[in-house]
Design a protein around this ligand. Structure first.
Ligand SMILES: [Zn+2]
Length: 230
């Protein structure tokens, strides 16, 4: 069914092209209110994961997720810019174990975090990076003090709703404007004259982490996005 992104942050990240006949490429930002594809409504959960990861990345920290999200959830996380999957790292929980690269902590406060790190360092026989497992709401508390976060919950709300039609969508990345072509059809941005790129397509790139990463990078600096009807 044709879907629009109706509730959530001003910009969400699309994920779940494999549940759609027409959609943006995974990792593409979508403006609040915008129609985006012909998909199964289950894409909302995947968009929520991708959007949360993108927002966590905005704190300037590496972001990991757990494989417990399942294959679809993990791919959605990569569409949002995730740096990796916890279970694929050499890590230990709560303390240092020889040979690990990461120590994962679940502190209740910043004080507990920094004091735990020092105590672990006193007896560790090697260097390690610190990861904190936390809900999204608290990423901002820990991010300045750690090497990475593992987002374990607090996924932001992303709601989608069925809509009657799916117009062609042309995007000007320079201006952060999507043109929804319900009646007109334009090829260039009316503000800056640049060529518009097509947001919704039926051709899909391969479902791979490398592709998710490159799409994420393409849009990493896009902070605002609105739509205009033409
Ligand atoms: Zn423009």
């Amino acid at each position: 069914m044709y879907l629009a992104y109706v509730r959530g942050p001003p910009v969400a990240v699309f994920a779940g092209s494999w549940l759609c006949s027409k959609s943006p490429v995974d990792g593409t930002p979508i403006a609040l209110g915008e129609p985006f594809g012909d998909c199964d409504p289950a894409v909302a959960r995947l968009m929520s994961i991708a959007t949360t990861v993108r927002m966590a990345k905005a704190y300037g920290v590496k972001v990991f997720v757990s494989g417990e999200l399942g294959e679809d959830g993990v791919d959605a996380a990569f569409a949002g810019g995730a740096d990796g999957v916890l279970e694929e790292l050499k890590f230990s929980r709560g303390g240092y174990v020889e040979g690990v690269r990461f120590v994962l902590l679940e502190p209740r406060s910043l004080e507990e975090l920094v004091n735990s790190v020092r105590e672990i360092a006193e007896s560790a026989r090697g260097s390690f990076d610190v990861l904190v497992a936390t809900e999204f709401e608290r990423v901002g508390v820990f991010a300045p003090y750690v090497d990475g976060v593992v987002v374990v919950g607090g996924w932001v709300t992303v709601e989608v709703k069925e809509v009657k039609t799916l117009p062609e969508v042309g995007r000007c990345l320079h201006c952060g404007v999507d043109y929804l072509m319900y009646s007109g059809s334009i090829r260039r941005c009316i503000y800056c004259g640049r060529r518009l790129s097509k947001v919704v397509a039926s051709v899909k790139p391969p479902r791979s982490r490398a592709v998710f990463r490159s799409v994420y990078r393409k849009y990493a600096n896009l902070s605002k996005l609105r739509f205009k009807v033409v």
